[in-house]
Design a binder for this molecule. Structure first.
Ligand code: PLP
Length: 428
């Protein structure tokens, strides 16, 4: 699979067989016959293409079509796909230790990564709680909030996306694991519109004294690609602080440079109690973490076994990949790059603002949204772009958002190509 000439990862698209090509169609049929429905093969009701290879900002599908990935693989490939430093770190680690013993015995890359994350954490006296996935990190944050505050209730916002896990714990028998998490979370979640005025937040915290945790995305990612009103996060943090509600900020999508900063909450002048991170951290390998104030994470102290854990937690290969990823973000200046290249891209998108069907353009760093007037328009735009070799995601809670979140290493030429294709498709 090295015949596609993406050795640089900095190339423009080349479409040989309009997607989905013949191999993709054949494989999609096999997937349909072997995988559960709903998790693969179809995108917006149409057969999807299959990824065969990726490097930097390029993806090649099974039919040999070359694309620019404007999704960074759900925000994971901030340093680009298969960054050589990440691949080398994984290979070197693979010679030492591939799998460890989770919460029982640690290993050196895990220690090193914990120290690195503490040094980066946007809060005082930090500690790290490792997780396997973003949703796992959110579970840890919610459980921490409940343990620390002694209150089971959660304040969340609409729209928001925090994961899709359900109820393994409820089915686990040992009381030490389940207690004090037995009250079903669904019944304990109170929801406000994202950006609701501080008075409304204050009012719900007063009316629902069981709320011990507030979980918030500093920028709504998947569900809307939307920014809060200016000063809102600060006001929210202040209300939470006054009512001793644990503030958990979900930076799984925004952390590590997506919006031109290491963490959006720090830029917003907010010091949360907990920060969930994942996605970009592993440079393509699955790892996530909660960074939290020691005093808050101390709620987990126990003499017995870890009460929240997973077989693959702090996986050695993922820790090695994460260390290399953080090095790359630093050495390639990707935080600044996200801002400067993103600003330039934003200017190029201005031409689309008054096009028929386009209702809004917004963004920061390398996270942008083009809002269309209907879900079908968003889907059609995404499909049209795919045929021009651009991979995008359309949807969100309203279904009307075309999200652009490329690798932070995307070249100016690749972004210019994307802006030109958008102008062409939208008739600007
Ligand atoms: C803000 C946010 N939180 C949590 C998650 C869930 O992460 P994961 O899919 O790794 O479980 C996501 C995934 O898109 C996310 O964007």
């Amino acid at each position: 699979m090295r015949s596609h000439g993406i050795e640089s990862g900095r190339l423009l698209p080349e479409i040989l067989a309009p997607p989905p090509g013949p191999r993709a169609r054949a494989m999609a049929g096999r997937l349909e016959a072997s995988e559960a429905p709903g998790i693969n093969t179809l995108v917006a009701g149409a057969t999807a293409m299959l990824w065969a290879e990726a490097l930097g900002s390029n993806v090649v599908d099974v039919d040999g079509n070359r694309y620019i990935d404007l999704t960074a693989g759900f925000g994971v490939a901030a340093v680009g796909h298969r960054h050589p430093a990440v691949v080398t770190a994984v290979r070197e680690q693979e010679e030492q230790l591939v799998h460890g013993l989770g919460d029982v015995y640690a290993h050196p890359p895990r220690l090193e990564l914990a120290e690195r994350l503490c040094a980066l954490a946007p809060l005082a006296d930090p500690r790290v709680y490792f997780a396997v996935s973003g949703a796992d990190a959110v579970e840890i944050a919610l459980k921490t909030g409940r343990l620390h505050s002694g209150r089971p209730g959660v304040l969340a916002f609409d729209p928001a996306y925090h994961g899709t896990t359900l109820g393994a714990l409820a089915a686990t028998s040992r009381r030490a694991f389940r207690e004090p998490f037995t009250r079903p979370l669904e019944e304990s979640v109170h929801r406000l519109p994202y950006g609701a005025p501080a008075e409304q937040v204050q009012e719900i915290l007063q009316r629902q004294p069981d709320i011990g945790t507030c979980l918030v995305e500093p920028v709504i990612g998947r569900e809307a690609t939307r920014w809060p009103p200016p000063g809102w996060l600060e006001a929210l943090a202040e209300v939470c602080r006054r009512r001793e509600v644990v503030l958990a900020v979900d930076e799984i999508f925004t952390g590590f440079g997506r919006c031109g900063t290491w963490f959006v909450c720090r830029e917003a002048g907010v010091e949360p109690d907990l920060v969930c991170c994942g996605k970009a951290l592993g440079g393509g390998l699955p790892i996530a973490a909660v960074l939290g104030r020691k005093e808050v994470l101390d709620a987990w102290r126990s003499d017995g076994e870890a009460r929240h854990t997973a077989t693959f937690v702090a996986h050695p290969l993922a820790c090695a990949a994460a260390l290399a990823t953080l090095d790359v973000i630093d050495s390639e200046g990707l935080i600044d790059r996200s801002r400067t290249v993103g600003d330039r891209f934003g200017q190029a998108l201005e031409a689309l603002r008054n096009r028929p069907g386009v209702t809004d353009i917004r963004g920061q760093g390398l996270l942008w949204a083009i809002e269309l007037d209907s879900p079908s328009a968003a889907q059609a735009l995404s499909r049209n772009l795919l045929h021009r070799g651009l991979i995008t995601l359309a949807g969100g809670a309203s279904g009307t958002v075309l999200q652009i979140a490329p690798p932070l290493v995307i070249t100016a030429e690749q972004l210019d190509y994307a802006a030109a294709a958008l102008r062409e498709v939208l008739g600007a």
